[in-house]
Design a protein around this ligand. Structure first.
Ligand code: LMR
Length: 398
């Protein structure tokens, strides 16, 4: 059955982790997949998660199916986190939320839902974007387009290019925006720029689809929702795919959400009915554990405070590693200005390393970087930073 079929290529991000695991070099460093590591190189279970799991272990009474959109308490908590407790979007009931299997699951559910009702829409992605965005929306049957985003020469947002692109996108098309900690560049619009982007969406009538996978990794849980607030204030339709993989460290629990925000509660009820039929044919209903853990933490002030503290610790450690990388490269006399690495936000930096250097680092130093030069700063530790700086310096000075 498969003899005439060529094997598919390895995934550009998760495939690197497979190769990394097979690498026998004791000094190997994985700067590929976007997973947080502590300074010991481990991806810890957060203490707030452990505490919530104790509560669940004692109180859980069934493993019966969840409703199609997941536990209603989970949906409420997701909305509180996305919009802030007293937001009009919540009070008016014009948002509906379903637990989706991770941010990727939320994007695909959203894609399938939109394709049903807007089959001719195109999906616009930032240039560059997370590799899986292309795959997810193509799989949902969409034609893809790109809008300008990153100015590689000056290593900053190409805001003029971006707004020029966004102003030319026809009403009814879908525009995927990274709410904070842009993956892969680490470069975000500032507040004034977000106001402008939201205003353009309103003028042109395209549908904003926000990918919100890194809430809390930019500035704070509250500050990072600024873009969401701008679209909410317009009173129109938009979608948010969010994830607890990174900020709760719930990677393998597949704990994400798709939230549909509509102009009225009545429309939200219609949208919710179709969201449920879309989910039913994809995976029927979501896995329970991660959602229950997240809701347990978000419901209890003492666990919420512990989470905020642990999230702040992750964010600060990544910032420290950004600074250490810049200083390490400068100390080794590597030519160029690397200060942009310290200014970027979230887990990633578009390092500017060429494909040749990326290959050389993997083949000669067992340092794994995603093609295109995206570095996961969270993979750096105080133990491996010297090794990585030496290797990059050697690669660039060859
Ligand atoms: C990443 O960008 O590395 C993460 O979001 C993991 C993934 O699924 O690609």
């Amino acid at each position: 059955m498969w003899q005439n079929i060529e094997a598919a290529p390895a995934d550009s991000i998760l495939g690197l982790t497979d190769a990394f695991k097979k690498d026998g070099n004791p000094e190997k460093v994985n700067l590929g997949v976007g997973v947080y590591k502590d300074d010991e190189g481990n991806t810890p279970v957060l203490s707030c998660v452990k505490e919530a799991e104790k509560i669940l272990l004692a109180s859980e009474k069934t493993k019966s199916y969840l409703p199609i959109p997941g536990d209603p308490g989970y949906g409420k908590n997701v909305q509180k986190l996305l919009f802030g407790e007293e937001n009009e979007v919540i009070n008016s009931g014009r948002a509906v939320t379903a637990h989706a299997p991770g941010g990727t699951g939320a994007l695909r559910v959203g894609g399938d839902l939109l394709k049903k009702f807007y089959p001719d829409a195109k999906v616009w992605l930032s240039s560059p974007t997370w590799a899986n965005h292309n795959a997810v929306f193509s799989a949902a049957g969409f034609e893809l387009e790109q809008y300008a985003y990153y100015d590689a020469e000056n290593r900053q947002l190409d805001f003029d290019g971006m707004t020029a692109s966004l102003e030319n996108i026809p009403g009814g098309d879908v525009v995927l925006l990274h709410t904070c900690c842009h993956n892969p560049s680490g470069v975000d619009p500032d507040r004034e720029q977000w106001r402008r982007i939201a205003a353009i969406s309103n003028e042109k009538g395209w549908i904003p689809f926000l990918d919100f996978a890194y809430q809390g990794f930019g500035e704070s849980v509250e500050a990072d929702r600024f873009a969401v607030e701008q679209f909410a204030a317009l009173g129109g339709d938009f979608l948010v795919a969010s994830s607890f993989s990174k900020n709760f460290g719930l990677y393998n629990e597949r704990t994400g959400a798709l939230t549909l925000i509509c102009p009225t509660q009545k429309e939200a009820a219609v949208a919710f009915s179709h969201l449920k039929t879309t989910i039913r044919v994809l995976y029927s209903n979501p896995p329970a554990h991660g959602g229950l853990v997240a809701a347990t933490i978000l419901d209890r002030p003492e666990l919420y405070s512990l989470w905020i503290e642990e999230l702040g610790g992750m964010r600060e450690r990544i910032r420290d590693m950004r600074r250490a990388l810049v200083e390490g490269l400068v100390a080794r006399g590597v030519e160029g200005d690397f200060s942009y690495i310290a200014r970027q936000r979230g887990m990633f930096s578009f390092s500017g390393l060429s494909a040749e250097v990326v290959d050389w680092l993997r083949e000669n130093k067992s340092i794994y970087v995603v093609g295109g030069g995206r570095i996961n700063l969270a993979g750096l530790t105080s133990k491996n930073i010297g090794y990585v700086c030496d290797a990059i310096a050697e690669a660039l000075q060859r």
